[in-house]
Every structure is written in C-alpha cells, then in structure tokens.
Design a protein around this ligand. Structure first.
Ligand SMILES: *Cc1c(COP(=O)(O)O)cnc(C)c1O
Length: 457
C-alpha cells in the first residue's frame, strides 16, 4: 500500500547534505564567463580576488567539480534552522478542488526570513577562514543584508551594509534587525564614499538605487584593508550554496516516491530557483529524468520573457563585470513594485543559458494577481508569504487549476522562499484596493536596451 504522505516531510539533522551540487558540471554547453568591462576578457582569479575572498573565487570559476564538500562549521550553522520542511499543501489542494498534488519547500524559518541565509553563512565562513576583518554589501528590501548580518555576527566579522536610501527610511524595522546583529547600516548614496559623494552632487535628493549601493559597497571593500565584497544572488557561488534547498527537497520527496512533474520558483537574480532545481535539472541534463521547470518573474521586470540574451553590466554604475544573461539593460528602471527581491534587470548566467537551451520555461505575472494568490495561500496554509515567493504560489495555483480542468493528478513542487512580515505596507495596499499593475511598454524596454554595452561579443 502507498504510504500516506505527511503534511510536513522533515529530514533529520544527519540528512542535511554533506556537499553542495554544482549544476554547471553537468552542462555540456557552459554558461559564459564574467568579463572584465575594460578588456572584455574573461576575469581571472587574480582580478576577482581583489573583490571576493579566494575560496569563493575558486567556486565561482569551477565549472567541472560536481560536488563541493560543505565545511563542518557551515553544516553546524545549517543545523540551527535546517533541514527546512517540504510541506504537502493539502489545505490549498482542498481549497482549489484540484486533483493535483502540491508541495512546497519552505525556506522562511529563520530570522532573516528567507533562503538568503544559506549563502550568507557560507560567504561569511570563507571570509573568516581567510583571516579577513569584515565584509561589505548592498541591500535593497533588506533580506540579504539581514542574512549577512546574522552570518557575520556568528563568525565575528564586521559587516557594513549599504541600504538603498528609500528602503532605509521606509523599512526601519529591517534596519534595526541588522543593527541588532551588529552590522553598520548606511543609507545609500552616502557621503562616506567617493562614488556616493559624486552621485549626491550629481543627483541631489536622490533616494538611491541598488546599482549605486553596489558601487559604494565595492568601493569600501576594495579600499579597506582586510575587507571583501559579498553578493547575495546572481553569482555561480551563490547558486552552489543554494543547492542545499534542492538536495534536501529531492531527498525528502524520494522518501515517499514522489517525483514532481512541475517545479516552480520565483526568479530575481535566480539563486533560489537555481538551488531548488539543481539536482532535478542535473538528472534532466544527464537524460535520467524529465521535469517541467518554470521560472516566475514580475511583469514589471520581465528579464526572461522580454529580455535579450547578451553581455550586460550587472549594476547601474557599470563598474561590475559583464555577464551574459537575459537582461533588460542595466539602465532599465523597473517601476515600483512590492517584490523588491525580484527587481534585478538581469538573470544569473547559469539559468540564462539553460533557458536559452529550452531546458526551462518562464512566465511573467502581475502584482495584484500575485497578492491574490498570497492571500489565498495565507488563509489556508497559515504562512504569510513574502511577495517574492508569492509569484511562485501564483503559478503553482494556476497549474493546479489546469489539472482541475483536465483531471490530471500532476505533482507540483514550488519554492516558498520566505515570509512577508516586513512587507505589510504592500499587504496594506492590496487590502485597501490600492495596488496597481505596472507593465513596461515596448518603448521602456527599448530604452533599457539602449544602455547595454555597445560591443559585439
Ligand atoms: C531575494 C529574494 C528572492 C529573489 O532572489 P533570487 O536570487 O532570485 O532567489 C526571492 N524570495 C525572497 C524571499 C527573497 O528574499
């Protein structure tokens, strides 16, 4: 007889993976390397080492090693909040009246409230191991800054966070969580850096952007002895660390013989989705199994569905390397949306290459339909989801409703990346019926593309 699947499939502590999985090892055609924006040549380990700590540079450049051992210290930290559960969404299935089986991997059970802690702790560990004093980074909505503050506190590292000024002012609670963990939080642009002073002089009264916060964080890291810069998404190393999500999810589902037909995740820079799908995509690449994989992005920032696959700058300030990715252009300014973590103009090179190879699909969804899904989910499953995560919920519900029409009993797995306790202004707008949907016009998109590097690569 088939085993009844519990509401929550937990693994034991001992079942936390002992190695991360590097998806690139199984890709025949590898994602393009990062290029030096000045020479247009692939960045060397030496060049990268000025910005990132050496072990992470090695991980960034390694496209052949399939499994990378997780150091014991990191696994011990993981034990404080992992393994995270795979939940069978029985209540949501019932509410929808669908024959589909819905599962979600929940990454919100830690104070940072998202999956970002999985990579923050790894990056802090390698920085400490190298004998560094501290790390710098930028944060927009604040999830990454919070995760890095927690990780830095754990390893006794100094942490300097440049927080986009409008978020710094609008999200005082996130700022205070970071300060409680010992981080210095500076509203960006600030007068503490050369680039910040220049931006303030050129654009007095600006409330900042992620691109300008990145520029400040990189400047401080490269000008301060004993500091390096760290980034919470997009990079290969971040996808590697996030593979812990997919490895755990697969192990849990395998216990009950559940093989998902469809795997869904929201995509900002692509780190949670890249992590969730890693072992499944590995099987797909090796021809051992097939899965439908869907990336969900906001209609306001549609990198996959309306972007170009080309080399582009990773930041607005154009100081970061060029990456080959699906992009709207580094100068594309997405309209205000409440899914701050999905407002990046590009997508990580690995997922971009897989999308180009048609190994995965993408859909763009509008904000109000995302909050409708979030609210339905919260009422039946109990968890208040982050707006970013709710993009995946939207599409999981849509796929389950298609099964209701066809009578198919598909198995759907999606990534629930975090909780929305710090996003209540967004929920307030939705509850008051004041939430708008912003979709860029073709003209807006053309304007973004006009900011891409004028080189033929
Ligand atoms: C940052 C964030 C995302 C998006 O980032 P990815 O790198 O695309 O995973 C999604 N959900 C939450 C809760 C986040 O904080």
């Amino acid at each position: 007889m088939e085993q009844k699947i519990p509401y929550k499939i937990y693994l034991s502590e001992d079942e936390i993976p002992t190695a991360w999985y590097n998806l690139r090892a199984d890709m025949k055609k590898k994602p393009a390397p990062l290029l030096n924006p000045a020479t247009l040549k692939p960045l060397t380990a030496e060049e990268l080492s000025a910005v990132f700590c050496s072990e992470l540079v090695a991980q960034e450049l390694d496209e052949d090693t399939a499994f990378v051992a997780i150091p014991e210290e990191i696994r011990n930290f993981y034990k404080m909040y992992r393994p995270s559960p795979v939940v069978r969404a029985y209540c949501l299935e019932k509410k929808l009246g669908t024959p589909a089986e819905i599962y979600y991997k929940f990454e919100g059970n830690n104070t940072s409230g998202s999956h970002k802690l999985n990579s923050a702790i790894a990056q802090a560990y390698y920085a400490k191991k190298q004998g560094l004093i501290g790390v710098t980074t930028e944060t927009g909505a604040g999830q990454w800054g919070t995760a890095l503050s927690m990780a830095s506190a754990y390893f006794g590292l100094d942490c300097k966070v440049f927080m986009v000024k409008c978020s710094y002012e609008q999200k005082p609670f996130r700022r205070e969580v970071m300060r409680t963990y010992g981080a210095t939080v500076t509203p960006s642009p600030s007068n503490t850096t050369e680039i910040g002073r220049k931006i303030l002089a050129d654009f007095p009264g600006t409330t900042g952007s992620l691109g300008c916060a990145i520029s400040e964080a990189v400047e401080v890291a490269t000008h301060t002895e004993g500091y390096r810069y760290v980034l919470g998404s997009v990079l290969n190393q971040v996808l590697l660390h996030q593979s812990v999500i997919g490895l755990e999810a697969k192990k849990a589902l395998d216990k009950y013989g559940v093989k998902p037909d469809i795997i869904i995740g929201c995509a900002g820079g692509g780190s949670n989705l890249g992590g969730l799908i890693a072992p499944f995509m590995g099987e797909k690449l090796r021809g051992e199994a097939d899965y439908r994989i869907i990336a969900v992005e906001p209609a306001s920032c549609p990198s996959f569905t309306r972007g170009k696959y080309a080399f582009d700058f990773c930041d607005t300030g154009k100081i970061c390397p060029l990456a080959k990715m699906y992009t709207l252009g580094s100068g594309f300014i997405p309209s205000a949306s409440h899914a701050g973590g999905l407002r990046f103009h590009g997508m990580c090179p690995t997922l971009s290459e897989l999308y180009d190879q048609k190994m995965m699909e993408a859909v763009a969804v509008e904000q109000s339909s995302v909050f409708e899904a979030a609210e339905m989910f919260a009422r039946v499953e109990g968890i208040l989801p982050a707006p970013e995560s709710s993009h995946a919920i939207r599409v999981a519900i849509d796929e389950a409703l298609k099964c209701k029409e066809t009578g198919e009993k598909k198995k759907i797995l999606f990534g629930l990346t975090g909780t929305g306790y710090f996003d209540l202004v967004a929920y307030e707008k939705y509850n008051n019926g004041e939430m708008g949907d912003y979709i860029p016009t073709d003209e807006d998109i053309q304007k973004g593309w006009a900011t891409m590097p004028k080189v033929d690569l």
